[in-house]
Write a protein that binds this ligand. Structure first.
Ligand code: GCO
Length: 456
């Protein structure tokens, strides 16, 4: 980055630097906040099951109670309104709608819950952004093969139909899938997320079916909600070679092939990247005629979750890609997770996506950080690092706009501290602190900053 760039990046952003219709939000996901694992006929999800496996979750916890948002949502939506957000991203738990994953009729009580939530948002002047799949697959579908089985696609389509029919009169922003890379690779290759499989071929078949489920959901959403705006959310990373040589540059390209291009290419009508496909050999997924056309159906926006960049070195013999992600040096600023703090990476990433894909307008559907927050005796939560993280990334979003890229919204992850998947409750990402013993909510300094930024 040049000095001029970095000055622009850190000058305190103002809301008026952004268009008046820019969406400012917070995001959550059902399993991470709702709790109420068995309420109102909810079925078991793969995360309910995964959390019972010894060692699966670092603190031995689960999302069974989480933030008890299922019962406390009115208070949580009040807090969101007080922040001043005009949009809120949440996900629907499929097992609340179809406890067994599929069935003749949806569970009315499950739909009622989200209907009340949506009304609660609209009453508070907050636009609902609904994610249809944020990882809590009904366990009975997993027992029948999960996302690796093509039959799961029909169940997903029926679920999408039920949710859009019931909520589409009020919900106009629809996100089909959240982070297919994580679903596929963390859940089925690395085994650190539900359902805990460790098989690359399965993971790649899952990735294909998750993308295809997105494509198949689009006409259902559009039929049931004629004025819907629909898209998918990807987790993307700007990727750079670890060193100056040509070997690292080639490795970075290969790594990008599975991390980013594997999803961006088919969504933009190019099919799967040939270089990666060729390396995969027999591991490549089964793709049926018509699948790629469905995946490439046009969307109204591209959701991007941005957290950190990656540096990649050539690593002969290491995995199919023969590439290895290298930890940045000790001088590099990191979050509590060890993730590199790189607001300029957001600019690089969106520049690249814009240049290479000419996508639909972009919405940052997640951005945020975990740190060890300081709780003072008087009950205040000081999180200067998170505040600075958010401020610098919002400034980077302004830089993205200045480059003429159609960015339409920014959602902070997360409204509340919540169940951080394999890390359990050890990692806090919230603008609002949750005391899990009492369920008391306390606005953190970062939340105060966001509120002041939004109000100004
Ligand atoms: C995502 C995640 C969130 C995580 C967040 C922090 O969509 O990326 O699934 O649910 O909690 O990314 O890791």
């Amino acid at each position: 980055m040049t000095r001029a760039d970095s000055t622009r990046d850190t000058a305190a952003p103002q809301r008026r630097d952004f268009p008046p219709d820019f969406r400012w939000g917070c995001a959550t996901a059902s399993y991470q906040v709702e709790g109420a694992a068995h309420a109102d006929g909810k079925g078991e999800s793969i995360w309910d099951r995964f959390c019972t496996q010894p060692g699966a979750i670092r603190d031995g916890s689960s999302g069974a109670v989480a933030c008890d948002h299922f019962h406390r949502w009115p208070q949580d939506l009040d807090l969101a309104r007080d922040l001043g957000v005009n949009a809120y991203r949440f996900s629907v738990a499929w097992p609340r709608i179809f406890p067994a994953g599929r069935g003749a009729a949806p569970n009315a009580a499950g739909l009622d819950f989200y209907s009340r939530l949506v009304d609660g948002l609209l009453e508070r002047g907050i636009e609902p952004w609904l994610t249809l799949y944020h990882w809590d697959l009904p366990q009975p579908l997993q027992d029948a093969g999960g996302w690796a089985a093509r039959a799961t696609l029909d169940a997903f389509a029926a679920y999408v139909d039920a949710v859009t029919r019931r909520l589409g009169d009020r919900v106009k922003r629809w996100i089909t899938q959240n982070e297919p890379w994580c679903v596929a690779m963390l859940g089925h290759h690395e085994g650190v997320h539900a359902p805990g499989r460790r098989d690359l071929a399965t993971a790649l078949q899952v990735a294909h079916h998750v993308l295809l489920s997105h494509g198949q959901a689009l006409p259902i959403i559009r039929a049931n909600v004629p004025d819907a705006l629909a898209g998918i959310t990807l987790s993307l990373h700007p990727i750079a070679p670890a060193g100056p040589g040509a070997a690292d540059a080639a490795a970075a390209f290969r790594h990008d092939g599975l991390r980013n291009r594997w999803f961006l290419d088919p969504l933009h009508g190019r099919g799967y990247p040939a270089d990666v496909w060729q390396r995969l050999g027999a591991l490549a997924p089964t793709v049926l005629p018509g699948d790629l056309e469905a995946i490439a159906r046009p969307t109204d926006f591209l959701g991007i979750n941005y957290y950190f960049p990656e540096h990649v070195a050539d690593a002969p013999g290491h995995g199919v890609l023969e590439a290895r992600v290298v930890e940045p040096g000790a001088e590099v600023e990191r979050t509590g997770f060890g993730w590199e703090v790189a607001p300029d990476g957001l600019v690089r990433l969106l520049d690249r996506v814009q240049r290479d894909y000419r996508p639909a307008p972009i919405v940052l559907t997640e951005n945020g950080a975990t740190y060890d927050d300081v709780v003072t005796p008087d009950g205040r939560i000081h999180d200067a690092e998170r505040q600075r993280y958010l401020q610098r990334h919002v400034a980077a979003a302004r830089e993205v706009l200045a480059r003429g890229i159609a960015l339409q919204g920014y959602f902070a992850w997360s409204l509340l501290d919540n169940f951080e998947w394999a890390e359990g409750y050890l990692r806090r990402f919230g603008l609002i602190h949750v005391d899990y013993a009492t369920q008391q909510r306390t606005l953190k300094d970062s939340g105060l900053w966001y509120r002041d930024f939004l109000r100004a």
